[in-house]
Design a protein around this ligand. Structure first.
Ligand code: ATP
Length: 448
């Protein structure tokens, strides 16, 4: 049984909330006054308090109200002209302030789990109970915001001392079983902060993992956790940790996690960094790149099942589905020191997403062939430039030139585009000459 350590003490505003900007602090003071007027207790809670204690930058604010959280959220939205979305079932609301600040406001509640891994039912409860339903001690700290108690810290589970000791600790023995998403959350915080799992927590995590409870999580919930983990600053260590804890099997039992896959995954950060520097406008779905690297040596059937299990979007699925053999083949062609024309590069990569291009780089990066790597980089730059190339003539022009509409349009426009990409045609006039010549050849062929 984990010990309940009732430690509530007052911190001066200066020592904790002063780590927020002046603007945010004033806002919280005003909200404290508003809570006084409404006769409810208001707290800053969870990750934001943890990050303040760790002196890390915080963005969004999480507030909780002992009383009607949604009514309070409506009041705040009205007062500050903030956008409001209410989630009645979970007694929470999300506000977006005109300056972009996001704030979640919830009602303090207790949660009960009818069955492991399913979403809990919630009932209003005290702040103490609300803190007791949270995932880890470091996330179960609150700071009161009402005027008289402004800055009072509530830390009933010793979260502060665990932060100091750099330890992740669950609040009760059934925590991972109630909610197996906490398994991924534990790894996320462990890796993000360089903390370690408390030994009892590590044992409970291994136990819960061995019970296959993660299999009961719905696709969207599992997806959320996996993608959040892969969106962290250093997912390489997180993925290694998943492997070490035998948790990758929850993506797929037959996921091929070999030394060479590990090397590809480890090469992704450098590949992403190069891509980001070279193509600043490209918006990369970073978690998907890691998922692609992780499944880069698995069969198409395994990848397809993973996509379904994680309930990935159609766009993400398309990126994932590029195909192991195809990637290998394209990589071989692009890094062949024999000449490949620009238009051939363009055709080879035509349906490669930017994420797939980063994967190519990561796969090449792990091979210590510097010459081929720089060749690949040159090809990728050429490919990206080629994407902007257009022909001057369109289907309508071909029709005006007397060409009957049909499949040959695609073929001739494709040839024109290749010639533009290769630089053998640079003007509209040259395109017209090319088409006439082509039409002439066709006629001769038909006459024969
Ligand atoms: P991050 O910095 O990654 O956003 P966070 O701790 O703020 O981390 P959120 O998912 O925003 O994480 O959740 C806010 C708070 O809600 C957590 O700090 C924790 O107290 C609580 N919480 C979130 N998910 C769970 C969960 N699965 N079980 C219990 N408590 C949770």
């Amino acid at each position: 049984m984990l010990q309940w350590r009732a430690v509530t003490h007052r911190m001066t505003e200066r020592s904790l909330l002063s780590r927020l900007s002046q603007k945010r602090r004033s806002l919280l003071r005003e909200l404290g006054n508003l809570a006084d007027e409404g006769g409810v207790s208001l707290y800053l809670v969870g990750g934001v308090v943890r990050d303040l204690l760790l002196k890390r930058e915080t963005w969004d604010l999480d507030l909780t109200v002992e009383g009607d959280g949604i009514a309070f959220a409506r009041l705040v939205a009205d007062r500050y002209r903030a956008g409001l979305a209410v989630f009645e079932r979970f007694a929470t609301a999300r506000l977006v302030f005109p300056d972009g600040l996001k704030m979640d406001i919830a009602t303090t509640r207790r949660e009960s789990y009818a069955q492991p891994a399913l979403l809990p039912t919630v009932q209003p409860a005290s702040i103490e109970e609300d803190l007791s339903r949270r995932d880890f001690t470091i996330n179960a700290i609150a700071v009161q915001l009402n005027t008289k108690q402004f800055g009072r810290l509530l830390d009933p589970y010793g979260g502060k001392s665990d932060l100091r000791a750099r330890v992740i600790r669950v609040l009760h023995e059934g925590s991972f079983q109630d909610d197996p998403t906490r398994i991924f959350r534990a790894i996320r915080f462990e890796q993000r902060f360089g903390f370690r799992l408390d030994p009892a927590t590590a044992r409970l995590l291994a136990q819960a993992a061995s019970m296959n409870l993660i299999q009961r999580l719905s696709g969207p919930r599992l997806q959320n956790e996996v993608l959040l983990l892969f969106a962290e600053r250093d997912p390489v260590c997180a993925i290694a940790r998943l492997g070490q804890l035998k948790l990758l099997r929850f993506l797929h039992r037959h996921l091929c996690y070999t030394k060479s896959v590990k090397r590809t995954v480890a090469a992704v950060p450098k590949a992403l960094a190069w891509w980001g520097r070279r193509f600043q406008d490209s918006v990369i779905d970073k978690p998907i790149v890691y998922l692609m690297a992780l499944s880069s040596e698995s069969s198409s059937a395994v990848v397809a099942t993973m996509i379904r299990r994680l309930a990935l979007s159609r766009e993400q699925a398309k990126k994932m589905n590029i195909g192991r053999q195809r990637v290998e083949r394209v990589l071989r062609r692009l890094t062949d020191p024999g000449t490949v024309s620009r238009s051939q590069v363009f055709r080879l990569l035509a349906d490669f997403s930017d994420e797939a291009c980063v994967l190519l780089l990561a796969k090449q990066q792990r091979v210590p062939l510097v010459v081929r790597l720089s060749l690949l980089k040159r090809q990728l730059v050429a490919y990206t430039k080629s994407k902007a190339v257009k022909t001057a003539l369109t289907g309508r022009d071909l029709q005006a030139m007397g060409l009957q509409p049909g499949p040959q349009y695609k073929s001739i426009l494709g040839k024109l585009l290749d010639a533009r990409i290769d630089g053998t045609i640079t003007t509209e006039l040259a395109e017209r000459v090319f088409v006439r010549k082509w039409l002439g050849n066709q006629k001769i062929r038909n006459d024969c």
